[in-house]
Ligand binder design. Structure first.
Ligand code: HEC
Ligand code: HEC
Length: 461
């Protein structure tokens, strides 16, 4: 029955994509299928941990194994549990789930350890890192002392690289965090909060051509919105369209997962084979500690290829909750305001995913509210660290699906934007600048009731 339903919901091949994904033009009633943001992968209830409703029995085992590995607390090597050792020597957390609680977001707060936040590091690199073919590529290398990110925890025999301490800078009635640090002046840093991880398999399945069709790097249509594709060099050296991370710095979910194992937990895999994770050549104490690699076992890595694939399958198989109250008059009025303020220029409502042999993500009409492109969001949101082709001020349009449920799933008050600076959706919108400045101004110019309706619409996503 479930399989049959899934089949019916997937978009029939004969249907013209342009017709189905055309923007809404009337707001008297909800659009067809609008309540199911992930197509047949939409899940009932409001939880972020549920598998896609169309996950077939054949993929359940991998999903369940991946879920267990996502939640698992890794231990240092050598230990009696050989299958889950190799943590560190430097790390930020012992489990994926520690930073993505409930598959939702981390939080930017001072205290004993900041959970779910990472300080990314790098240095500028002169041309010659192999990516000169990509227009606008900004070469970067790892920080020679600390690597790609600050690890604030370490095995007992080693000192952590430092602690992440946030200073909150007030700007009018808004505020944003800055990391206090004593790095070299050439070090480029970027504070990132762990995002929610639902619906990512569907984002990976959006055809590249459909994303590129909305890119307008030189703003040829003169609407003030450029939209540039990010290019990501994968750990396998292949250049792909970037989709994941706040600056879309990674192209595939498997790369993102392997990078998280390596940089956040110090665990190696075929894609990131260094047993010492993000330890640099300058960190000789770190390099001298034992790792969890057993010659000939687990594909000569701390995380076997099977385990890496299972965690990737888990992330790929997460659905998106069904929307609530799509037909309520205030929600429809808020949707209209969202369109009229032209939020949709970047937060593109819908796509049809590519046909593939993965029944979860194949040919679904999805409503992620992102174009997956980079946009200049102005000085207020800029970090100081270009990444790939992204400048300091450019960020990937954040997907908005599930945004109304992110607080209840995280288990703490929701925080928005790449560094979690915004405590409310209204604050998140008021931070929009650069290309999004005019849309923000249109939002601010709305009557209070219409602004509240727009927020209410976002809360139902
Ligand atoms: C120390 C905290 C931390 C841990 C542990 C962690 N993550 Fe993340 N995760 C982040 C941050 C921060 C980002 C945003 C990175 C960026 O902007 O490039 C992120 C991004 C992601 C993304 C991309 C989401 C998107 O919307 O593009 C995925 C997928 C992901 N993590 C999966 C995992 C998996 C799987 C694990 C365990 C192997 C894991 N993470 C462990 C902090 C963490
Ligand atoms: C020019 C492109 C653009 C336009 C126009 C735009 N946004 Fe955004 N939006 C973004 C980007 C990029 C981000 C991520 C910024 C960051 O993390 O710093 C974002 C983030 C958000 C977030 C926070 C998402 C999260 O996960 O934390 C909300 C809410 C949001 N936008 C709502 C809106 C609304 C409402 C409008 C219309 C008034 C709008 N946006 C117009 C590009 C845009």
């Amino acid at each position: 029955m479930r399989a049959l339903l899934a089949f019916c919901l997937a978009v029939p091949v004969a249907v013209q994509a342009a017709e189905v994904t055309a923007p809404a033009t009337e707001f008297v009633q909800p659009e067809r299928y609008e309540a199911n943001p992930a197509g047949a992968a939409t899940v009932a209830g409001t939880g972020f941990r549920a598998p896609a409703a169309n996950l077939p029995p054949s993929l359940r085992m991998g999903f369940t194994l991946g879920e267990a590995l996502f939640d698992k607390l890794w231990v240092p090597a050598p230990s009696s549990t050989r299958a889950s050792d190799g943590l560190g020597p430097l790390f930020n957390a012992r489990a994926c789930a520690n930073c993505h609680p409930g598959n939702a977001r981390g939080r930017p707060e001072n205290g004993q350890g900041i959970s779910g936040m990472v300080l990314k590091l790098s240095r500028r690199f002169p041309p010659g890192d192999g990516a000169e073919g990509i227009d606008g590529w900004r070469g970067m290398i790892a920080d020679p002392e600390f690597g790609w990110q600050l690890q604030d925890r370490a095995l007992p025999s080693l000192e952590p690289e430092g602690q992440l301490v946030l200073d909150w800078i007030e700007e009018g009635d808004l505020r944003h965090p800055e990391a206090r640090h004593g790095f070299a002046p050439e070090a480029l840093v970027s504070l990132r909060v762990a995002p929610q991880i639902i619906g990512l398999g569907l984002l990976e399945a959006i055809p590249e051509a459909d994303i590129l069709a909305h890119a307008d790097p030189g703003d040829a249509d003169g609407d003030g919105i450029s939209g540039r594709a990010q290019y990501a060099i994968g750990p396998d050296g292949v250049v792909r369209l970037g989709r994941f991370g706040h600056k879309a710095g990674m192209g595939r979910l498997v790369d993102m997962t392997a990078q998280a194992f390596s940089q956040d937990m110090g665990l190696s895999s075929v894609l990131f084979p260094a047993g010492a994770g993000d330890c640099t050549l300058a960190q000789t104490d770190c390099l001298s500690l034992p790792d969890g690699i057993d010659e000939g076992l687990r594909d000569n890595a701390e995380v076997s290829t099977e385990a890496l694939e299972a965690v990737t399958a888990y992330v790929t198989g997460l659905g998106v909750p069904k929307r609530r109250d799509v037909g309520a008059p205030d929600v429809l009025a808020g949707k209209q305001a969202f369109y009229e303020a032209q939020c949709t220029a970047c937060h593109m409502p819908k796509f049809i995913t590519a046909t593939s042999d993965n029944p979860v993500t194949s040919r679904q009409l999805v409503w992620p509210y992102t174009d997956l492109l980079l946009h200049d969001m102005g000085e207020g949101l800029a970090d100081h660290r270009p990444e790939g082709v992204a400048t300091a001020a450019e960020w990937r349009t954040a997907p908005l699906w599930g945004i109304g449920l992110t607080g209840e799933n995280s288990g703490h008050a929701p925080r928005y934007l790449h560094d979690g600076r915004a405590a409310t959706l209204d604050e998140a919108i008021r931070w929009h600048g650069g290309e999004a400045g005019p849309a923000r101004d249109r939002y601010l110019a709305l009557p209070a009731k219409t602004r509240a309706d727009l927020i209410r619409f976002l809360e139902t996503l």
